[in-house]
Design a protein around this ligand. Structure first.
Ligand code: TYM
Length: 340
């Protein structure tokens, strides 16, 4: 039955809906750049504009957000000559395979997705059908490249697990091993960056309070102010990580420091043991500004030439399509669809 050898390949995506947060940077972009630079596997990174429109997007803002996100990828170290960087809607294979997967995935699987439940809330009769089918399209994003490794933040784990279920069911239904069963890669100190206002909530671009997150476009003063005002508790930093138990806000700031500095969280705690947040917060603010300012200024520079960004995306789409098209052709053939 072995049709193809599944060579290791990395795929991940980010939605162009709103700006980028520190969560996106530490949970995704920074790690995407590192994976690319390790050079062990080909890396494919996607601006998932089809996912973005599962909730209403103003067209002009979507165009701008797509280009800004592309600039964000490049400013964070994704090099379009080393990785494939493109937007989802420019490669038809995503929609084509997405439809096939809509017919493989089960309604019950989708109903269990916590992100859908969170986003739909009490209003689930009124959300788009696309929002419900979102994880099947995500499976198509990954599997249309036969990707084997999917670097994501903690919040996307359930979706990647569903992708595995879809790959397995497709393979079983059609008696094949055409699709690889991909692995989520959730590693590092900051796979779940929390809100600066509430250490039990994820840092998110959709949080109504801008003080809850650091945006990659925030200037140095804003970053420093947000960290200074971040919620903490009155205790000093403990001697060891165990001492952060039950202190989600403190734990979050330590994790952010660790991820930005490249140190282990235990090392950070050891370094600041016994110190007050009055000392730790300014150190964290300096580190955050030092790491994020170059990214934000590079993003602004790149955004001055949108035509160049469009050229980069078009080139990436061509490369992506060259991989996806034969995989879609073969998937259609397996399903029994005829024609080119
Ligand atoms: P999105 O656009 O919400 O987020 C993009 C990436 O950022 C990570 N992330 C975080 N990581 C740590 N802490 C946080 N607070 C935080 N907030 C966001 C996310 O985990 C993600 O890795 N469904 C996906 C996009 C997608 C995708 C794919 C991802 C579509 N197709 C295929 C991988 C493979 C999403 O909405 O991510």
């Amino acid at each position: 039955m072995a049709e193809v050898v599944h060579t290791p390949r990395v795929f991940s995506g980010i939605q162009p809906s709103g700006g980028l947060t520190l969560g996106n940077y530490l949970g995704a972009l920074k790690r995407f750049g590192e994976t690319q630079d390790q050079g062990e596997m080909p890396t494919i990174y996607c601006i998932v504009d089809m996912h973005a429109i599962t909730v209403w997007q103003d067209p002009e803002k979507l165009r701008h957000a797509t280009r800004a996100l592309t600039a964000g990828f490049i400013a964070s170290g994704i090099d379009p000559t080393k990785s494939i960087l493109f937007n989802q809607s420019a490669v038809p294979g995503h929609a084509q395979l997405g439809w096939i997967f809509n017919c493989v995935a089960r309604l019950g699987w989708m109903q269990r997705m916590t992100q859908f439940k969170d986003k739909a809330g009490k209003n689930s009769e009124n959300v788009s059908l696309g929002l419900f089918a979102y994880p099947a399209l995500m499976a198509a994003d990954i599997l249309v490249y036969h990707a084997t490794h999917v670097p994501v933040g903690e919040d996307q784990k359930q979706h990647v697990e569903l992708t595995r279920d879809i790959a397995i069911k497709f393979n079983n239904d059609y008696g094949t091993d055409f699709f690889p069963v991909p692995e989520p890669v959730i590693e590092g100190a900051a796979t779940r960056v929390m809100s600066l206002r509430d250490g039990t909530k994820k840092m998110s671009k959709s949080d109504p309070s801008d003080m809850s997150r650091i945006n990659l476009t925030d200037d140095a003063d804003t970053i420093a102010k947000k960290i200074r005002k971040a919620k903490t508790d009155p205790e000093p930093l403990p001697e060891t990580l165990d001492g952060l138990e039950g202190r989600p806000e403190a734990r979050n700031l330590v994790n952010i420091y660790a991820a930005l500095s490249g140190k282990a969280a235990a090392e950070v705690v050891a370094e600041y043991a016994g110190q007050q947040f009055g000392t730790f917060k300014p150190a964290l603010a300096d580190l955050a500004v030092e790491r994020l300012s170059p990214i934000s200024s590079e993003m602004s520079r790149l955004m001055q030439d949108p035509a160049e960004i469009d050229r980069i995306l078009a080139h990436g789409a061509e490369q992506a399509n060259a991989i996806a098209a034969p995989i879609v052709r073969r998937a259609r053939d397996i399903v029994g669809m005829v024609g080119a």
